[in-house]
Write a protein that binds this ligand. Structure first.
Ligand SMILES: [Zn+2]
Length: 293
């Protein structure tokens, strides 16, 4: 599942590749890819043709293309395996090509946008835009999603207060998209390791300096991953040019059970966590006496 850095890499590719271009044609190859657009694929195509993509926007793991008229956006759900590729129109179709957008300027050799999705958990939908908590707009489906820690309007003090009120484990809180968005399983484990916090640490026991250390760690991990093009732990994640990320080489704990902690050499431990795993160093991140999971 792509997390914030991967989605941001895709957003940057869309900003370069499709912003400012007018949509000329839309082909929907699989109805599941547009199932969130309740009026169906023909309606989606009819409402997209002739409109100009103004930008590429993101909140947390949500990605959308605001359209001219300023009232609607094309919202992309990448799901487990969704890819948004900006490729030359003469490139052969991918096996799992679900939706194709052609643009009015393509006769000049421009590229087309393809939504490719092997497992079809993802999809595209046209969504109305609603005012957000600042001076911008977000798709209605995204309005409940919190800002991410790289967002200039992220409220550190508000986050610290809300975190301590949650009465849950700190990792579970990091994964709660209504509290902070964009941090998934991989980056939660990496951030907690850097901040030397155990994933089951009860949020109400976190001190202000610990929360500050955690936010600093989250931001550092996200920024470093972004610089490496994201993590392709899930091999299906790629940029709009089809390139995989390289950050998994730099992961300290995630996926490294039994390998030495880069800080103290103790073997990394893997625990079951909900239906996934948590990776931590038993020495750097001691288990709290009364943990919350
Ligand atoms: Zn360690």
């Amino acid at each position: 599942m792509p997390e914030l850095p991967e989605v941001e890499v895709v957003r940057q590719g869309l900003a370069r590749g499709v912003a400012g271009r007018r949509i000329a044609a839309v082909e929907v190859g699989h109805p599941r890819a547009v199932r969130r657009h309740l009026a169906g694929g023909a309606d989606l195509a009819g409402r997209l043709v002739g409109r100009t993509v103004l930008a590429a926007s993101r909140r947390g793991k949500f990605l959308w293309l605001p359209l001219d008229g300023d009232d609607e956006a094309l919202l992309a759900h990448l799901g487990m395996s969704g890819q948004l590729l900006v490729v030359p129109a003469d490139k052969p179709d991918e096996t799992h090509l679900r939706v194709r957008l052609r643009f009015a300027d393509q006769h000049r050799g421009g590229r087309e946008l393809r939504f490719v999705d092997q497992r079809t958990f993802g999809g595209l939908a046209l969504e109305p835009l609603v005012p957000d908590d600042g001076d911008g707009h977000v798709p209605a489906a995204v309005a409940h999603i919190a800002r991410d820690p790289l967002d200039p309007r992220f409220d550190d003090a508000g986050f610290a207060a809300a975190l301590r009120r949650r009465r849950t484990g700190v990792k579970r809180a990091l994964l709660d998209q209504t509290l902070v968005s964009g941090v998934g399983n991989i980056y939660a484990d990496e951030s907690l390791w850097r901040a030397r916090l155990h994933y089951a640490r009860p949020t109400e026991t976190l001190t202000r300096p610990e929360v500050a250390r955690l936010l600093e760690a989250v931001r550092a991990v996200l920024v470093e991953s972004l610089a490496a093009g994201g993590t392709s732990f899930d091999a299906l994640y790629v940029s709009t040019e089809g390139v995989s990320g390289l950050f998994e080489r730099e992961l300290a704990v995630y996926g490294r059970a039994g390998e030495p902690c880069p800080r103290c050499g103790t073997p990394i431990r893997r625990d079951a966590f909900t239906n996934r795993s948590s990776y931590s160093c038993p020495r750097c991140q001691p288990r709290p006496r009364r943990g919350r999971w």
